[in-house]
Design a protein around this ligand. Sequence first.
Ligand code: FMN
Length: 192
Amino acid sequence: MPALKILVIPGSLRTGSLNAKLAAVAAYQFAQAGAEVTRISLGDFPLPIYDGDLQTKSGVPKNAINLKRMIGAHHGVLIVTPEYNSSVPALVKNTIDWVTRVQDAHETRGQVFRERAFAMAAASESRLGGTRSLAALRLILSACHASVIPSQLALSFADQAYDEMDRLRHPADIDALNALVRQLIDVSQRMM
Ligand SMILES: Cc1cc2nc3c(=O)[nH]c(=O)nc-3n(C[C@H](O)[C@H](O)[C@H](O)COP(=O)(O)O)c2cc1C
């Protein structure tokens, strides 16, 4: 069986991002569990705000095509998203919107979402830990016919959740992330 490949996508570009830290810890746990992990920054795939006129005039931007193909080269995807005003940041939604417009030859539109497993996590300084962002993201991904695993992690009080090495401080958070990691691996393996 080929190595299981997991793609980890943080939904924040901010220096010191609490979500990028969580993505890094998750990537480490996936690697510990035997997966081949790729962790990207959406800063390497800059995209304009979606505009149908732009698509008609210039086609789908190369970065959206590259990102779609990057997703397609992995068996499972973890998105680690901040919560902005009770929903997903524009960065995350806009990226998904563009990726849904990519259709490679011999594929139906959205096939890249339908054929692999997705997981979601969020980190926020608040008590809810980005739960509403996860609800919004689950709705968006489900509308794309993605298989989103039931396990998710909303890391609350995330500004106090990491130690000086940017590792998770609390065993309950480590266990919750581990459960998510194991479930994404299981479901991704079944979908291979
Ligand atoms: C525009 C904006 C809206 C926000 N809205 C929420 C919110 O609804 N719920 C929440 O828990 N935190 C909210 N926050 C706080 C973010 O969760 C916090 O800034 C977090 O650290 C952002 O993620 P990052 O550290 O990965 O960049 C908001 C922040 C910004 C900039």
